[in-house]
Design a binder for this molecule. Sequence first.
Ligand code: UDP
Ligand code: MG
Length: 327
Amino acid sequence: MGISVSELLSVVVPAYNEFSVLGEFHRRLSDVMSATGMGYEIIYVDDGSTDDTVTLLNRLREEDPALAIIELSRNFGKEVALSAGLDHANGDAVIIIDADLQDPPELIDEFLREWRNGYDIVYGSRTDREGESWLKITTAKWFYRVINRLSDVEIPRDAGDFRLISRRALDALVSMRETHRYMKGLYAWVGFPQKEVPYLRQPRAAGETKWNYWRLWNFALEGITSFSDVPLKMSTYLGVLTSTAAFLYGLYFLVRTLFLGNPVPGYPSLMLVVLFLGGVQLICLGIIGEYLARTYNESKSRALYFVKGYHPARSRAAAEAESRINL
Ligand code: UDP
Ligand code: MG
């Protein structure tokens, strides 16, 4: 091949309206990356920001040849922004990190150490959820309990997207083009040796979170429907259960009518049964609907995202790696 095979690290940073932290973030991340002594590229994915994020990124790129920018055509959400970054990563390993400094860049050293030890996926695990409400912590706990009970893969509870992924795990990850991308599930699903690194998650340095409870709820639905078909099967068992109950109830009435005659009471119990069964049926229809909608979306197999502008890193290491990977 004739190309010197030096190792390259890619860092993927999804950024949506992060103007207020990006300058400081880039400084801290660059310090860490240059201290590794390895070649690196930092890929910022602008997820359709409406503030001056892109202007700032372009300015930073003029001074830093390791910086690459992918501008998406609109806001696609973090999961898709991440996928765009991973698709364009040329490194032998790729690191995913949030732009808001909640994930300390200094932990990357530790990630690299574990990668050298042979782990394919090294992920940060929050030891403490500082600055998060009681409600968010409790709902998160329940969500992981439910999803791990329902799905075949074990999704670690306190892990986010902050992680290092080896080339072979990355290739596996980017080969999955599903529209409904529950990344935490996908990381677990690809397998490979995985290692957890505990860290203290900081509160946001500046700007504000894009997550509210409604988005979290939808995120949870996404996770469960992407990685489990148990809710679909649940309606079967629920049906069996209610018909058994109905049968026993019917038997009871038959015996009672035979021995005690029929004094026509039972309006409340009739109402109760009708309403209960109606409710159960609607819930089951809803569950089917959730899956049907996703099947519909997947069947369209649309592109995951569109790129408005791509400015690759200009550094030599990045260029070499790109030609090596595209061979
Ligand atoms: N983000 C994105 N697209 C979105 C929402 C968020 O690329 O539609 C990015 C955001 O810029 C940040 C990361 O995803 O780098 C995490 O977002 P945020 O801090 O709002 O989430 P939280 O940390 O509160 O879970
Ligand atoms: Mg954040």
